[in-house]
Design a protein around this ligand. Structure first.
Ligand code: MTE
Length: 316
């Protein structure tokens, strides 16, 4: 069992309204089963949290680099549904309702079905994985994510042999997302080839820094694909679609000349408007801390063989 069930939560442990309101701007979380108590767990339209610590197990996946301070990772975000400035999501994403939450497994699978996120969290031990996180905008972080390999869920979903790609669809709710910018083909969608999705590095992610994901980081469930630019890692996922064709993805559709389907981190393939040779590590340094970008973000040993024989300049 990953988190305590509702029946084990004392009402005294449920955070007071004041404490919640103080906290809601920057952090939020959820304890599975609070609703089962019959306690009204909503304040200002957002589910309050009672205890958002995750029980995690160590994993072999950890880069030996200084972790980005939690404050930075949760206040410098890209989550356009809640505004396009880096500080917007931490200010605005408290309007996202993260329970009840289900994920639809659909398309080319043996049996299409809908699963609850709490069941998904309890399905496998939650591992702590410290990954490099490289945005296409040439900044990077080192984040301790919490989750398990997406392959576990894919095996559970039982895709048909004809399924060659996996598409991720993020939540779209205009009421909960009043800052939703025009000019994009919402909902946010992303995709991977099946072998990429099955790679053990690809993480189905429920938390970071040992706690459930803050809304601005993609609560209650996102993916993390550490050898690809960050935009491949769709947040707040409601649907996983198995398909035989390369799926449409939001950034690729909006500007295919700048954002390819693969988007593997590659210092030799520049963005048309800037170099990808270096990155600004978001950390505690006062001056910009610039470091060279690594091929596949440093994960070549685990992923390079998937692209043998492919022209990575064409398939950017
Ligand atoms: N997912 C959704 N639904 N909407 C978004 O705008 N932004 C992407 C990705 N996932 C985005 C998204 C981009 S550009 C990046 S770099 C990462 O989320 C940022 O994740 P972080 O805010 O947790 O660092």
């Amino acid at each position: 069992m990953i988190v305590r069930r509702g029946s084990e939560i004392k009402s005294s442990e449920i955070t007071s309204k004041d404490a919640f309101l103080r906290y809601a701007q920057t952090r939020r979380g959820f304890l599975a089963g609070a609703a089962a108590l019959g306690v009204s767990a909503f304040v200002g339209g957002t589910r309050m949290f009672a205890d958002d610590k995750l029980k995690t197990v160590p994993s072999a996946y950890a880069v030996n680099e200084t972790e980005t301070p939690l404050k930075k990772a949760t206040t410098f975000n890209n989550f356009y549904e809640f505004g396009t400035d880096k500080g917007d999501p931490s200010q605005n994403a408290h309007t996202l309702h993260t329970r009840p939450w289900t994920i639809e497994l659909t398309g080319l699978v043996k049996k299409p079905q809908t699963v609850g996120v709490d069941d998904l969290m309890a399905y496998r031990p939650i591992e702590n994985r410290v990954y490099r996180h490289r945005c296409v905008e040439a900044w990077s972080m080192v984040i301790p994510w919490d989750g398990y390999s997406l392959a576990e869920l894919i095996n559970f979903a039982q895709p048909l042999p004809s399924a060659k790609y996996v598409q991720f669809i993020s939540k779209l709710d205009r009421k909960q997302m009043p800052e939703l910018p025009g000019g994009f083909d919402w909902p946010y969608s992303e995709g991977l080839r099946m072998d990429e999705a099955m790679n053990p590095l690809t993480l189905l992610c429920f938390g970071c820094y040992g706690e459930t994901l803050p809304n601005q980081n993609g609560a209650p469930v996102r993916v993390v694909i550490p050898w690809k630019y960050g935009f491949k890692s769709a947040k707040s996922i409601v649907k996983i679609n198995f398909t035989d064709k390369q799926p449409k993805t939001l950034w690729n559709e909006s500007n295919s000349g700048e954002y390819g389907f693969y988007s593997n981190v590659n210092p030799q393939v520049n963005h048309p408007r800037w170099s990808q040779g270096h990155e600004r590590r978001i950390d505690t340094s006062l001056l910009p801390h610039t470091i060279p970008t690594l091929m596949f973000n440093g994960y070549g040993d685990q992923v390079a063989s998937m692209y043998n024989g492919m022209d990575l300049k064409k398939n950017y």
